[in-house]
Structure formats: structure tokens, C-alpha cells
Design a protein around this ligand. Structure first.
Ligand code: MN
Ligand code: MN
Length: 310
């Protein structure tokens, strides 16, 4: 049994799969908390102010407390809570959880997410109409709980990932990115295979050449193509959780979301044990506890075969 650095007192420790799953979910929150400080800054502005931004200090345009998180982590937790309360896959419960989250007056929200949730409130429909302006990263950024609850089948994971994505985003590039990131995270959680991630990235780029990231094209916006390129460049060109996140967030732009997605992949590969303890200690304790509780429950939703390995 592995015990995890900074784990809640009530927590018993667990398996390699649990280490990776917790690493991935904590990675989302830590990437969000670290990146939010420099969201919408340029790389030059970040270097001028911090040299290298590598501590969780809050601030940023949202004026966060150190360790505070934003919509990326909050929407993932909302999605996770819906699956746990439903005991399984339930898109309407996910949409309802997004509504509850919006009504709680969140610190920030993306345009497509706002539009999609407003549409659901107005007409109850679970699928946004296809739209060019829905190519943002908001569907991909919140999808980790779907992966944790759907490890048994890649096919089912992709189907579910697109279903939750379409509540707010219906766009071929968002769909392709959401599915590819989900497949990668699943392979990392089950087998720690970064090589498999390379193949999934190649497959994505073969079908959608816009996602090519070698050399890194230099864009960091919330457009899902820019986001994925920045995340892949960080993930495939570094050898630790810390190096990956520092490389990604110091590029600025949508740094909380590139940070969150880089944290999702790197956390799944390196586990909680690969996350710097100083970052784990800075994360909002309520978020840490929610992630520990949700991660165990979501993995159980992946079924008895997966649980046998925990
Ligand atoms: Mn955010
Ligand atoms: Mn963002």
C-alpha cells in the first residue's frame, strides 16, 4: 500500500492505480492553481515579473487566494459529483450539476460553457448545436472524472466524453481533443504508458493536422488546438511533473487550463508521488479532500475488474 504525501488524515493509502488517478486529479487542480496566477499574461510579461513562475501564490486577474482554483477544477468536481450521486453515467445529472455550479456564482466561466448551460436551463436539451465558436477548451478541461469512471472500455469512454462535451461544446476539434486526451489519460492510468500517448497524439494529428505541435507553434489561447499543442509540447518534452507544468504555465495565455490539462497527463504518468510536496501543501485543503473522496468513488464506477487492481 502506497501512502501519499500530504494525504488527508483519514486516508489509508492505496494502489499504483490510485496513485496515478489521484495524481491526475490533483494535477488538474494544481495546474489550475499555478497557472491562474499568470492567465492572460504573455511569456514576456511572466518572465519580467517572476523570471520563472513556479510557486502557487494566487493572485492573477481573478485575485485568487494561494491554492485557490477556477472553473477548470470546479467543473470537473461538478461532473464528478454528478456521476457519484447517480451511481454511474448520467448526462442530465451532469448538466444539472453545471447549473448548480453556475448558480453558485463561480469565480469565472468560459463563454461556450455559459452559453451551453443557459441553453440547457432554457430548453433542457443536452446537446449544443454545432457551432464554429464552440472550439474552446472548456469541454476537454473538465473531462477527467469521465475517464476515472470509464476505465474498463475505451469505446465507452470516448462515447461518454463526447456526450458530456456536447452539453456545451459541439465542434470537431473540441471533440477530437477531448477524446484524445481521455484516451491518453486512460492508458497512463492503467499502464503508465507514455509511448501509447505518442501514438494517440500521432493519430489525432493524422486526422486533424492542425494539432501538429513539433515545433511548438507558439499560441496559448483558449482555442482547443492552441491549448492541446501547448500541453503536448510540455508533456512530451519534459521528464517530471514539475518540469512539465512549469514549461506550460510560463507560456501564459490560457495558463490555468493548459496547466490543468498538463497536470492531468503528468499526474497520471508520475502519480501523486511525482508532484512536488510544496505544491500539494498549497492547494486549498477543501479541494484536496474533495479530490481524494471523488477519485476513489469514481474509480469504483469503472467496475469490479478495475477495482480488483486497486
Ligand atoms: Mn479557469
Ligand atoms: Mn482558463
Amino acid at each position: 500500500m502506497i501512502s501519499f504525501p500530504n494525504q488527508p488524515a483519514s486516508f489509508q493509502g492505496g494502489s499504483v492505480l490510485l496513485d496515478r488517478a489521484l495524481g491526475s486529479f490533483l494535477g488538474v487542480a494544481i495546474g489550475d492553481a499555478l497557472g491562474a496566477t499568470v492567465e492572460f499574461m504573455t511569456a514576456g510579461e511572466i518572465a519580467g515579473r517572476y523570471q520563472i513562475h513556479q510557486e502557487i501564490i494566487g493572485g492573477g486577474w481573478l485575485n485568487l487566494k494561494p491554492g485557490g482554483v477556477t472553473d477548470d477544477t470546479e467543473m470537473a468536481l461538478a461532473l464528478g459529483s454528478a456521476l457519484i450521486a447517480s451511481g454511474g453515467w448520467n448526462p442530465r445529472a451532469i448538466a444539472d450539476a453545471f447549473v448548480t455550479w453556475v448558480r453558485g456564482n463561480p469565480v469565472d466561466i468560459g463563454n461556450a460553457c455559459r452559453r451551453g448551460i443557459s441553453r440547457y436551463i432554457a430548453d433542457g436539451s443536452l446537446c449544443a448545436p454545432p457551432a464554429d465558436e464552440n472550439g474552446g477548451n472548456g469541454a476537454a478541461m473538465r473531462n477527467l472524472p469521465t475517464v476515472l469512471a470509464s476505465l474498463a472500455s475505451e469505446e465507452l469512454l470516448i462515447e461518454r466524453s463526447l456526450e458530456q462535451a456536447h452539453i456545451t461544446h459541439n465542434h470537431p476539434k473540441s471533440d477530437a481533443a477531448t477524446a484524445a486526451l481521455a484516451r491518453m489519460t486512460r492508458r497512463l492510468l492503467l499502464a503508465g504508458e507514455q509511448a501509447a500517448c505518442n501514438q494517440i497524439a500521432d493519430h489525432l494529428i493524422a486526422r486533424h493536422p492542425a494539432f501538429g505541435f513539433k515545433p511548438w507553434p507558439g499560441k496559448t489561447s483558449g482555442y482547443v488546438v492552441d491549448t492541446v499543442q501547448t500541453v503536448f509540447d510540455g508533456f512530451f518534452n519534459t521528464g517530471s511533473f514539475e518540469a512539465c507544468l512549469v514549461r506550460v504555465v510560463n507560456r501564459g495565455g490560457d495558463a490555468d487550463t493548459t496547466g490543468a490539462l498538463a497536470g492531468q497527463l503528468a499526474g497520471a504518468l508520475y502519480g501523486v508521488q511525482g508532484i512536488p510536496v510544496r505544491w500539494l501543501k498549497k492547494l486549498d485543503p477543501a479541494v484536496t479532500t474533495a479530490i481524494y473522496i471523488q477519485t476513489q468513488k469514481l474509480l469504483k464506477l469503472s467496475g469490479p475488474d478495475i477495482m480488483a487492481t486497486i
